[in-house]
Design a protein around this ligand. Structure first.
Ligand SMILES: NC(=O)c1ccc[n+]([C@@H]2O[C@H](COP(=O)([O-])OP(=O)(O)OC[C@H]3O[C@@H](n4cnc5c(N)ncnc54)[C@H](OP(=O)(O)O)[C@@H]3O)[C@@H](O)[C@H]2O)c1
Length: 361
């Protein structure tokens, strides 16, 4: 490939990244717009725009870019953001309009994410946590109502976002309060021994779908995000929730608990295990110099630390993970002993794996 084509390809990639960043900015501006609407604040804030422009000017100068070239682009972005703030879902797009949703574990990361999502789609959301004062603070921050587990009795849907090891107990207790035809959904990252036990223990007549969002609470929007659904007893309420999730751009993949855990043993379990081992193994490094690639790996390790309990839970509770980890350790041991002649065989296997996953190369 000549240099012109190579550089054009890179520019095309960068353009795609810019569009994705604009989408993230747009969705955050929409959330802000909703809060401003509730608080009767102006969408446009000239003071804030001045502050942003000063920051942009400093950043551009430090990167040897002429701030005068960047400024008009940001002025366009401000217009785009004001439009995003005004772009609240139409009533017809409020797929959860008037649906009463209780989020148990609503003070935590994923609980807050689903509270925000449900509320944006018109639901009447209540949060329940373990401590009433913490619950009230979280509810106030999210502009929803504080509640308790007793509100399960008057809810159309209950979303359980509690630690995996607590899911069966909290689900059983909550389900005993719910009325026939309402939906229970948990978010547990491991299903075997959890969702199958919940399904056995809860009263007949409830809808029950075990969900696993394949993203963390820090994502800006649902677009292109995958949510795995293990539908034990789905019904109309699940149809309503899944339509709302899909209208936000997410993709629902339906599978059994065992299929989910078998896949997650690689997708999360082994991936996290390798990153943890790498993070510990890098102990001998002084800190500098670092490559861009290592910085990106560090970023992944730091993000894992943010959700450490979930990472540990997956390592301990996914029953398909121990043999996958063991196989990985054997592979790594063999790899450390290979001679240069065997390296081409390793490359072939690696290429074949990459082709299988991404159909690239
Ligand atoms: N984080 C992720 O990236 C991610 C992604 C997909 C799925 N999930 C799943 O989502 C669920 C929640 O994860 P998270 O990251 O949001 O956790 P989190 O931020 O730690 O939140 C956990 C929530 O559960 C409550 N809680 C803690 N211990 C409890 C107990 N013994 N009984 C009842 N409630 C309890 C907490 O209440 P307090 O405020 O009282 O502590 C908090 O509201 C887990 O099942 C996890 O597997 C997480």
């Amino acid at each position: 490939m000549d240099d012109v084509s190579r550089i054009r390809d890179r520019i095309d990639e960068l353009d795609q990244e810019i569009v994705k960043l604009l989408k993230n900015r747009y969705e955050n501006a929409r959330l802000l717009g909703r809060i401003k609407q509730q608080r009767h604040l102006e969408y446009r804030d000239p003071e804030r725009e001045k502050i942003i422009l000063r920051k942009i000017e400093r950043a551009a100068t430090s990167l040897d870019l002429d701030p005068k070239l960047i400024q008009p682009i940001f002025e366009q972005i401000f217009t785009f953001s004001v439009q995003a703030q005004r772009d609240q879902p139409e009533k017809s797009a409020k797929r959860l309009d008037q649906t009463r949703i209780l989020i148990v574990g609503g003070t935590g990361g994923m609980g807050r994410f689903f509270a925000r999502f449900s509320s944006l789609h018109g639901a009447k959301v209540k949060l329940a946590g373990r401590e009433i004062s913490k619950t009230r603070t979280a509810a106030k921050e999210m502009e929803v109502e504080p509640g308790t587990i007793l509100d399960a009795a008057s809810s159309d849907m209950v979303i359980l976002s509690v630690p995996m090891e607590e899911t069966v107990r909290v689900a059983t207790e909550t389900a005993s309060l719910m009325t026939t035809g309402s939906l229970l959904a948990d978010l547990s990252s491991v299903k075997t021994g959890i969702s199958d036990r919940v399904a056995e223990k809860i009263p007949k007549g409830l809808e029950y779908v075990s969900l696993h969002p394949l993203f963390g609470p820090g994502v800006d929007h649902l677009h292109d995000q995958i949510i795995v659904a293990v539908p034990y007893s789905p019904g109309q309420k699940w149809t309503r929730l899944s339509r709302a999730l899909q209208s936000g751009g997410s993709k629902i993949q339906t599978m059994s608990a065992a299929q989910h855990d078998r896949a997650m043993a690689y997708v999360q379990g082994l991936h996290h295990f390798a990153l943890i081992s790498l993070g510990l193994g890098l102990n001998g490094m002084g800190g500098e110099p670092r490559t861009q690639s290592l910085r990106e790996t560090e970023g992944r390790i730091v993000r894992m630390l943010d959700g450490w309990d979930v990472i540990v839970g997956i390592q301990q509770l996914n029953p398909f993970l121990p043999p996958v980890r063991q196989k990985f350790l054997e592979l790594a041991t063999n790899l450390a002993q290979i001679r240069s002649k065997q390296a081409s065989g390793v490359k072939k296997r690696l290429v074949s794996n990459v082709q299988k996953w991404s159909r690239k190369l």
